[in-house]
Design a binder for this molecule. Structure first.
Ligand code: RP5
Length: 163
């Protein structure tokens, strides 16, 4: 169990090719002034890196892990198997099946090891960051206020009439 306050998000992704999607996630965290780190960790290509990351995440001050992966997307589920921190999964839009493969691999976890699964692609990446902010906001009033302001601005930006 970590002694320090856990307020950092770790954005991990299976490949460099996932970064285009995961930048949407990091941009929201920047807007909300939430500390984060980014890492490439593949469940299949770098299993030892994944293991070391997951077992040390809490000790390293991570509060929420956001894991983006595509295809046979085992990364979020395997990380969740190794840590009880909240793990949010972002299914990356794959070339062959448009992310349906990623979505089902991440969402269909067997009972006992949960992954909070978001939508495929950009929307999921953005919402993962907002959900991470909600989780951190439970114990961090500054983050909660920033998130509420973000949502208020979003509401205000919606026009009443179409042009
Ligand atoms: C997964 O395989 C990654 O998350 C990525 O979405 C997918 C393809 O990876 P690359 O072949 O582009 O490196 O592990």
């Amino acid at each position: 169990m970590a002694k320090n306050k856990l307020n950092k998000v770790s954005i991990v992704m299976g490949s460099q090719s996932d970064y285009k999607t995961m930048t949407f996630c990091q941009n929201i965290l920047k807007k909300l002034n939430i500390k984060f780190e980014t890492k490439i960790i593949s469940a299949h290509r770098t299993p030892k890196r994944m293991y070391e990351f997951a077992i040390n995440a809490e000790k390293n001050g991570i509060a929420v892990i956001i894991a983006g992966a595509g295809g046979s997307a085992h990364l979020p589920g395997m990380i969740s198997a190794l840590t009880s921190l909240p793990v949010l999964g972002v299914p990356i839009e794959s070339k062959k099946l448009k992310g349906l493969d990623s979505l089902l691999s991440i969402a269909q976890m067997p009972k006992g090891i949960p992954v909070g699964t978001l939508a495929i692609g950009e929307d999921g990446a953005i919402n993962a960051a907002l959900l991470a902010a909600s989780i951190i906001g439970l114990s961090d009033l500054t983050v909660k206020r920033k998130l509420n302001q973000f949502r208020l601005n979003q509401s205000k930006s919606v026009k009443k009439k179409p042009k």
